[in-house]
Design a protein around this ligand. Structure first.
Ligand SMILES: Cc1cc2nc3c(=O)[nH]c(=O)nc-3n(C[C@H](O)[C@H](O)[C@H](O)COP(=O)(O)O)c2cc1C
Length: 186
């Protein structure tokens, strides 16, 4: 199963266009989580406690564990997120808080080292930016979660940059970015 996490906000999202090019090259059934409409739990003291109890009891159907269980079971993960304020939209952070659950997507060794429990071998991160992507704290953070916590060995970033600079040929930049994605599957 391919898990497609769509954090794109705008109807004419360029990031979503790139993600769709990527998805056209991946084989398998796609499950989409649209973060514009997903009912993401809010982590309060009460929901954190309830989630911890549910995770210990392996109640994976509990709504508080739903996104973590789905993420852990995915074979491949695709995140589409526009570059906002050197990172990604806040709703993606909220989603990732739902996903990082001890006992579902990772656990600790007896020495306290996080051991990933996710099935996916690759996470694709797709983004577009108005200016140059000099430092993408959003991608770096996601890559850090994958390698340091969730046990997903490979993160691949596809991007189109400088789309909001006056006078640039947006469609030419998009076509090049789409071609880079297609070429990587040759
Ligand atoms: C709230 C907001 C914050 C943004 N922050 C940045 C930024 O820090 N750096 C940048 O280069 N572009 C920034 N942009 C421009 C977007 O990254 C760019 O327009 C991108 O292509 C939007 O993706 P979309 O077409 O998928 O919506 C921002 C845009 C918005 C709406």
């Amino acid at each position: 199963m391919i898990l497609y996490i769509n954090a794109c906000v705008r109807r004419e999202s360029r990031t979503r266009r790139l993600a769709e090019t990527l998805l056209s090259r991946l084989e398998g059934q796609v499950q989409t989580v649209d973060l514009n409409t997903a009912e993401l739990p809010i982590l309060t003291e009460a929901t954190i406690d309830e989630r911890t109890v549910a995770a210990k009891a392996k109640e994976l159907t509990n709504p508080l564990l739903r996104y973590a269980a789905q993420f852990a079971a995915a074979d491949t993960i695709v995140i589409a997120a526009p570059f906002w304020d050197l990172s990604f939209p806040a709703v993606l952070k909220r989603y990732l808080e739902s996903v990082c659950v001890t006992g579902v997507t990772f656990r600790y060794s007896s020495e306290g080292i996080p051991i990933g429990m996710c099935r996916a071998k690759t996470l694709y991160y797709v983004t577009t930016s108005g200016g140059p992507l000099l430092k993408d704290y959003g991608y770096d953070y996601v890559e850090g979660l994958c390698s340091g916590m969730l046990g997903i060995p490979e993160c691949v970033c596809f991007s189109a940059e400088k789309l909001d600079i006056w006078g640039v040929d947006v469609e030419a930049i998009m076509a090049e970015a789409q071609q880079r994605i297609l070429d990587s599957f040759k």
